[in-house]
Design a protein around this ligand. Structure first.
Ligand code: C2E
Ligand code: MG
Ligand code: MG
Ligand code: MG
Length: 275
């Protein structure tokens, strides 16, 4: 394993097929027991309103600290979990965890905030996803408006009753966002069919927006598209002040990225944003 560019987790070196297979199988067997061994934790990354500087929403991002492998990146273990049905139990664990967190903050009478949860394509495709989400929200007694589901465009495209599921989620009162916008293989026509509230501009367009005119053009076009459709727009992966400036001037509503905060544990969120 090599340390991944100063981040606190590890990635595989895929140089040897066999070694890679063994590691993957081993990793999966550890992931299978991650919940019972209490190795998963949810971190939260603030989304900053570029006009006001205020923060009223966060993205939930899963963290796995394994006794053998140490910190493993979701970029590695989520795809692995998606290959099996493991993603369903992990996904449900995250949904429960976020509901509990929202309930705790609600009971403490902190100011109202919204938490966005990443929903894997497999989880979204389960036949009763919307109903289960509704039941969960009711069971925990949280305000539906504090709950957001993040779905990639690819996941939205590969299902027959996407519209029905999204409508049910809207009826419950949940916010719906499209994650990694602009990177999936899909037409734009779904934007007019589906009740989408928020578009999240993929990090790849933001990364060098201050130097790459094409990325700047793409980001600004997505921002205009969102405005024209009456949707909110969030830029992902903002690391530099100059990037935030460009996005603010282009009227991008919100931004999230290391410039403002890395994903951090709930305790840090409370300390930094609720006091
Ligand atoms: P994503 O949903 O697009 O999440 C954004 C990723 O960008 C996160 O990586 C976040 O830590 C990272 N990020 C945020 N700001 C910056 C920045 O300024 N610079 C850079 N370089 N990166 C930034 P993370 O936490 O490693 O998650 C990777 C992906 O794993 C997520 O991409 C999401 O697709 C998936 N994932 C994470 N948690 C969950 C989960 O609970 N359920 C599911 N199904 N997928 C998850
Ligand atoms: Mg996301
Ligand atoms: Mg994303
Ligand atoms: Mg992503």
């Amino acid at each position: 394993y090599v340390k991944d560019q100063g981040r606190s987790h590890y990635r595989f070196f895929k140089e040897d097929m066999n070694a890679s297979f063994t590691n993957t199988a081993l990793l999966e067997s550890h992931l299978r027991r991650a919940i019972e061994f209490d190795e998963l934790e949810i971190h939260y990354q603030p989304q900053v309103n570029l006009k006001t500087g205020l923060i009223d929403s966060f993205e939930a991002l899963l963290r796995w600290n394994n006794r053998k492998f140490g910190f493993v990146s979701p970029a590695d273990f989520i795809p692995l979990a998606e290959e099996s049905d493991l993603i369903l139990s992990i996904g449900n664990w995250v949904l429960e965890g976020v509901c509990k967190q929202l309930k705790e903050w609600q009971d403490k009478e902190f100011r109202p905030v919204r938490i966005a949860v990443n929903i894997s394509p497999k989880q979204f495709r389960t036949s009763d996803f919307a109903e289960k989400t509704g039941v969960l929200i009711q069971k925990h007694g949280i305000h539906p408006s504090s709950f957001e589901v993040e779905i990639t465009e690819t996941a939205l495209m590969h299902m027959n009753d996407t519209l029905a599921t999204l409508k049910k989620l809207k009826d419950i009162g949940v916010t719906i966002s499209v994650d990694d916008f602009g990177t999936g293989y899909s037409s734009l026509s779904y934007l007019k069919q589906y009740p989408i509230d928020i578009i999240k501009i993929d990090r790849s367009f933001i990364k060098d927006i201050e130097m790459d005119q094409k990325n700047e053009a793409i980001a600004k076009t997505i921002i205009n598209l969102a405005h024209n459709l009456g949707m909110e727009v969030i830029a992902e992966g903002v690391e530099k002040d100059l990037q935030a400036q460009i996005l603010k001037e282009a009227d991008c509503h919100k931004a999230q990225g290391f410039l403002f905060s890395r994903p951090v544990p709930a305790g840090v969120i409370v300390q930094k944003y609720f006091n």
